[in-house]
Design a protein around this ligand. Structure first.
Ligand code: L34
Length: 272
């Protein structure tokens, strides 16, 4: 679908969507994710511009680069891969990105837009991908009990808001929640984004539940696993997402979708 939209946009307006990707430092997981994003851009015809920066770059230098990208008409999306090194002022970096190019949805404007349901704001890619998966499987969330495990700014909090906007009854659990199982057992839809391997085992899951595993953990033996015991829980769930091959690729896909949407808006404004 993204490729079709890109082709149409190029044909009708001559605009090629552009995504600037900023990767600071040598985090191996981030390098893999960024590589996957760049490949996905290539596959649909989005032009990507990668900026690989030294770990000890200063906040100020990042800010200067982002200002340049904000002013670049060929760039419709700007992505700063997280986590950033500790010495960098992440908030300042994220607030420097122009909200119209903030295809990650991390700028305050887009975060606020999520609360108010503003149509022109970009939803963050990971929870947006979860919503798309539910939609494409025709899983209606209205009136359903949704339990989100994990309250991060990137996943848990926006996930809860998006499903609330679709009239689900949402509970958010987190690391300080007492007796997690008493919440998870009530979930018709269980979204797990805690970053703890095997946190969710079969007795904690209601029969027939939809289980979305956002976790991505690398075990000492090199295996990649989610937060859910897939083997056990898959026997009880009506739907379950695998790791790898589930939420991760959807995150990448929604980045493409946001970038294409941004380019379409720019073209419509005639400022591309
Ligand atoms: N700024 N930082 C920013 N935006 C984001 O949307 C992210 N996220 C999270 C981390 N930091 C970010 C990602 O890109 C997580 N994430 C992400 C992206 C891609 C994949 C996983 C997480 C992915 O491609 N996962 C593959 C396996 C990758 C592997 O082999 O390690 C999968 O099949 O799950």
């Amino acid at each position: 679908e993204c490729k079709e939209r890109v082709d149409t946009l190029k044909e009708k307006t001559g605009v090629t969507p552009g995504l600037a990707v900023i990767l600071v430092g040598e985090d191996p997981a981030s390098a893999v994710y960024v590589r996957n994003k760049i490949r996905a851009c290539d596959a649909v015809g989005i032009k990507s511009y990668t900026h690989r920066l030294d770990t000890d770059i200063k906040t100020e230098d990042l800010v200067v680069l982002i200002h340049q990208l904000n002013a670049d008409a060929g760039v419709h999306g700007i992505l700063v891969q997280l986590p950033l090194p500790k010495h960098i002022d992440m908030e300042r970096v994220l607030e420097t990105i122009s909200p119209e190019k903030d295809v990650d949805g991390f700028h305050l404007y887009n975060v606020g837009g999520l609360i108010l349901g503003k149509g022109d704001s970009f939803p963050p890619c990971t929870p947006y991908g979860v919503v798309k998966m539910l939609e494409s499987e025709n899983i209606d969330v209205e009136g359903q009990n949704v339990v989100v495990v994990g309250a991060s700014n990137i996943v848990g909090k926006p996930m809860a808001l998006m499903l609330m906007a679709k009239d689900a009854t949402v509970a958010i659990c987190h690391a300080k929640t007492r007796d997690l199982a008493q919440f998870t057992i009530l979930a018709d839809i269980l979204v797990v984004a805690a970053g703890v391997p095997n946190l969710i085992v079969s007795p904690m899951v209601k029969t027939g539940a939809v289980v979305i595993d956002v976790g991505i953990n690398r075990l000492p033996d090199g295996r990649l696993v989610g937060d859910v015991d897939f083997e056990g829980v898959s026997k009880k769930a009506s739907y379950i997402t695998p790791v790898p091959g589930g939420v991760g690729p959807m995150t990448v896909t929604m980045l493409l979708e946001n970038t294409v949407a941004s380019a379409e808006r720019a073209a419509a404004k005639g400022q591309a």
